[in-house]
Ligand binder design. Structure first.
Ligand SMILES: [Zn+2]
Length: 423
């Protein structure tokens, strides 16, 4: 049994009270801050939270044996949660980025066999060992940015053996790395080049073979589909998500990124846990999501990197949609592992306050992967996943933008990043 005591945080952001339902509207703007705050951790769990004075008095005997972390002039926050990544893949596409900067359009690059097709080719050729070796440093980078849980999607195989390999590598990384990884099957990422002429045949294969196998082998909890013109139609998306549900996989959806296409509406219809992207979501879709409590996962780094207008986070929060944030870490449209930068962008490009952005990157993000009972806030009984930021108040997190303020990361009660360095 070991105790850790974090004390004298200038601001302790508890983000409490939303373990059952995500924060919405005004509640998203309340971090439930304790000044001069303290947290008592026993092994991997949070035991108590309060003012330093109160906890020091209450646990005087016990604290002699605790390892103590002084967070004076620092902010203590829940470990960040990234609910949407394409973590496991092979290769890198900086060459396309360079072409885009010189005026090439993503769709033209894709038509010439680049884009997602390039990553599919390199991922299909990669062994499990290579996928592991390329993905693990991405996790290290997440951790150094204060991220303690990530979701990871398959979807660069679009043939069973490769999809399985991606998910197995995610499971292996989950076992080996401090970060917890939550796995999603996303065979429906694009229509594979070889099935362009008969997309429904591939949809049948997803439904009849890949989804049942994924569920049977326990390789994923969620089932995701890219619902967009030229990718999967609303009808196909609905079939794929319903099929996943039949096998116990919870629906997620890439929705309304390029045009209003009915993705948000489908998310509400199938009781998806989240609808992601939403740059062009319809008002009807938004109100349906709000009604059902579907989390809107916004990916401000993707819009930034593709040099397009960001999703309207402000409007979604005002409409009652619980909003979460994510990096969308992937080799094409968002190669960043910086959740702190996403929090910055949420404020600078989506009209969200610093508090709303932090709620979006913690408790609401935890809801988007069905983990809010365990993580996403600093409350007694939750897992001891915390970060210490080297700033005196949370406003500075977005004010001093583009900087990684992460000093210490505590995962499962253990210090895994110390003074910005992996332990
Ligand atoms: Zn994505």
């Amino acid at each position: 049994m070991s105790y850790t005591f974090i004390k004298h945080a200038s601001e302790l952001l508890t983000v409490k009270g939303h373990s059952e339902h995500p924060a919405t509207k005004d509640a998203m703007n309340n971090l439930h801050i304790i000044e001069d705050g303290a947290v008592l951790i026993k092994d991997d769990q949070i035991v108590d939270v309060g003012s330093t004075e109160k906890l020091e008095r209450q646990y005087a005997d016990l604290l002699d044996h605790a390892s103590v972390i002084d967070a004076k002039n620092k902010v203590v926050a829940p470990g960040l949660v990234d609910p949407h990544t394409h973590l496991v893949f092979a290769g890198s596409r900086e060459n396309e980025y360079n072409l885009r900067l010189q005026g090439a359009k993503y769709m033209d690059i894709m038509a010439k066999g680049g884009g997602i097709h390039a990553t599919t080719r390199s991922t299909r050729l990669a062994s499990a060992e290579q996928l592991y070796a390329e993905s693990r440093p991405r996790l290290d980078s997440f951790l150094k940015h204060g991220v303690t849980t990530v979701e990871a999607k398959s979807g660069y195989g679009m043939e069973w053996e490769v999809e399985r390999r991606q998910m197995e590598v995610a499971h292996q990384l989950n076992a080996d790395h401090p970060i917890d990884i939550v796995s999603t099957f996303m065979g429906a990422h694009v229509i594979p080049e070889e099935d362009k002429a008969h997309p429904d045949r591939f949809v049948d294969e997803l439904i009849e073979e890949m989804i049942p196998r994924t569920a049977e082998l326990g390789l994923a909890e969620f089932n995701d589909v890219f619902c967009e013109r030229g990718v999967y139609t609303p009808e196909q998306s609905l079939r794929i998500l319903e099929a996943g549900k039949k096998h116990g996989l919870v629906p997620k959806i890439h929705a309304d990124e390029i045009e209003p296409y009915g993705g948000a509406e489908i998310a509400a219809e199938v009781d998806a846990v989240s609808a992601d992207h939403l740059l062009k979501v319809s008002d009807r879709g938004l109100s349906m999501m709000a009604h059902k409590g579907v989390v809107g996962v916004l990916l401000p780094g993707t819009a930034f990197f593709l040099m397009t207008e960001a999703a309207n986070g402000r409007k979604m929060i005002d409409a009652g949609v619980p909003v979460a944030l994510s990096t969308d870490r992937n080799p094409g449209s968002s190669p960043s592992t910086s959740m702190p930068f996403m929090i910055n962008l949420a404020s600078l490009t989506m009209g969200m306050t610093p508090a709303e952005a932090i709620v979006g990157a913690t408790i609401n993000a935890a809801h988007a992967i069905k983990r809010a009972d365990r993580i996403g806030s600093i409350e007694a009984g939750k897992k001891a996943d915390l970060v210490i930021w080297d700033i005196p108040n949370h406003m500075q997190f977005t004010y001093l933008y583009g900087v990684n303020h992460t000093e210490t990361v505590i995962k499962n009660g253990r210090v895994v990043v110390d003074k910005g360095v992996l332990v």
